[in-house]
Design a binder for this molecule. Structure first.
Ligand code: DLL
Length: 434
């Protein structure tokens, strides 16, 4: 552990700390942020809450609230105190800008040092930061964490996959930080370059920024012969460093001394009991630049009840199933791309590269899973291909209780991503009707 005094704090002490910090942040936003001041006044809410349970009376914050303040109006610190801005990618609309004070950057470095330490990293490691540097929080977030830990930091950023492999081999990288889909591409590229990725000095990876399945983890661990740790975060809350798995690889410990997690029913918005699935909601309790109260992430997960064998006392969130924006409804059944991935990555003969394609036939919505066959497939064996296609369809049907059309596609025909993979392709507008 990097900060055992916080990571393994007795629960009662942690809750007392959370309450103190929550009160302070409610005061901060009430004093500096017009949106919260108005919302609290309208609801008759005072920042001087009596207990943590009072948080549930406070209004939610959604992405559009942050957008309405574009670029700086949602900040709760004077611009004089802001030392850095980042922004969300804007794939789902106008970008949002987040601001950090020097205290925020300092806390972030600690939280990312925790994240790397939970993957077993120490000052003796060499960390290759392959997350993108720039407005995206991944690169600089991991960079500061790695330096805080005292590790050697390689600020290579994303892209140029052959060079990534060369650096992995020549610089003796021991910890890789990138998206899980890019980790697969790096491993495949190494194989193409005649380098067996298992022989690299790499021993662990901190992978996140996109949903990935347990089977995908197994594939990465096997391909690279490493331990693959799931790390989670979002720019509106911090960037990476909000939650991370420990060596038990069973749920992501939320850094509860900085963030309060709630899981709510996305329909009723009522908190659900531990163990039940719902939308993840975060309140930042130490942020100064842009604190947020009850931020609806759109990510779907649940709290894993019980204690973790690693000794951390923080609660664990299960790996994110997906974003509610990416959820597909097929004949009444809710399906996330990561569930399809879990099935595909368990089948021999297909590669871990896939897309879910939404289309339109007349007035009907259609869904088709495109999945690459393995590189060594013999295309002359039509029967074998037909059998493989039927296997994929049947496996999806039995795992998800819904039948989805499957198209096998040639190796390397699905576009590779060097950052977040695009799993859902929506062609409905192009095919008329929308
Ligand atoms: O992706 C921050 C990050 C960088 C996290 C590097 C981990 C590693 P955004 O670009 O704002 O920030 O995207 C945040 O990505 O709401 C989730 O939907 C998704 N996401 C992030 N981590 C995971 C994960 C960064 N481990 C959005 N599993 C979040 C599943 C994840 N989804």
């Amino acid at each position: 552990m990097y900060q055992p005094e916080y990571e393994a704090m007795p629960r009662l002490e942690l809750e007392a700390l959370q309450l103190e910090r929550l009160r302070a942040v409610l005061h901060r936003v009430n004093d500096h942020n017009e949106f919260y001041r108005t919302a609290f006044a309208n609801a008759g809410l005072s920042p001087d809450i009596a207990s943590l349970a009072d948080l549930k009376h406070f209004p939610f914050t959604v992405k559009d609230d942050l957008r309405a303040g574009y670029p700086y109006n949602f900040f709760s610190a004077p611009m004089h105190d802001i030392v850095r801005v980042h922004s969300s990618s804007g794939t789902t609309g106008q970008i949002t800008v987040v601001g950090y004070t020097s205290n925020d950057i300092d806390n972030w470095a600690d939280l990312m040092a925790r994240t790397l330490a939970s993957a077993g990293a120490t000052a003796d490691d060499i960390v290759q930061v392959t997350y993108g540097y720039g407005l995206f929080t991944g690169g600089l977030g991991a960079h500061y964490g790695s330096e805080r830990l005292g590790a050697v930091t390689i600020p290579i950023s994303g892209g140029n996959t052959k060079r990534q492999v060369q650096v992995l081999a020549d610089f003796g990288t021991t910890i890789l930080a990138c998206t899980p889909s890019y980790a697969i591409l790096i491993a495949e590229t190494a194989q193409e370059m005649g380098i067996d990725p298992k022989t690299l000095p790499l021993r662990a990876g901190v992978f996140g920024a996109e949903p990935w399945s347990e089977n995908m983890r197994k594939q990465i661990e096997e391909l690279l012969d490493i331990k693959a740790i799931d790390i989670y975060g979002l720019s509106e809350i911090l960037g990476p460093g909000v939650a991370a798995e420990c060596d038990q690889q069973h749920g992501l410990h939320v850094n509860e001394d900085h963030f309060i997690i709630e899981i709510v029913d996305p329909e009723t918005l009522q908190p659900v009991p531990d163990g039940e699935m719902g939308e993840v909601v975060f309140t930042t309790i130490t942020k100064e630049g842009i604190p947020v109260i009850r931020y609806r992430t759109r990510d779907i997960s649940r709290i894993i009840p019980g204690e973790c064998a690693c000794g951390r006392t923080s609660r664990r969130m299960e790996r994110i199933t997906g974003r509610s924006d990416d959820m597909i409804i097929v004949r009444g059944v809710n399906v996330f791309p990561s569930q399809i991935e879990q099935v595909l990555t368990g089948i021999e003969g297909v590669a871990p590269h896939y897309q879910v394609v939404l289309g339109k036939k007349g007035a009907m919505d259609t869904v088709e899973v495109h999945v690459e066959v393995a590189a060594d497939t013999n295309f002359d064996e039509i029967r074998a291909l037909e059998r493989l296609q039927a296997t994929v369809r049947n496996e999806i049907q039995s795992a998800l209780a819904v039948s989805i059309a499957v198209k096998l596609v040639e190796p390397k025909s699905i576009e590779r991503s060097q950052g977040k993979a695009k799993r859902v392709i929506d062609l409905r507008a192009d095919q008329g009707g929308m």
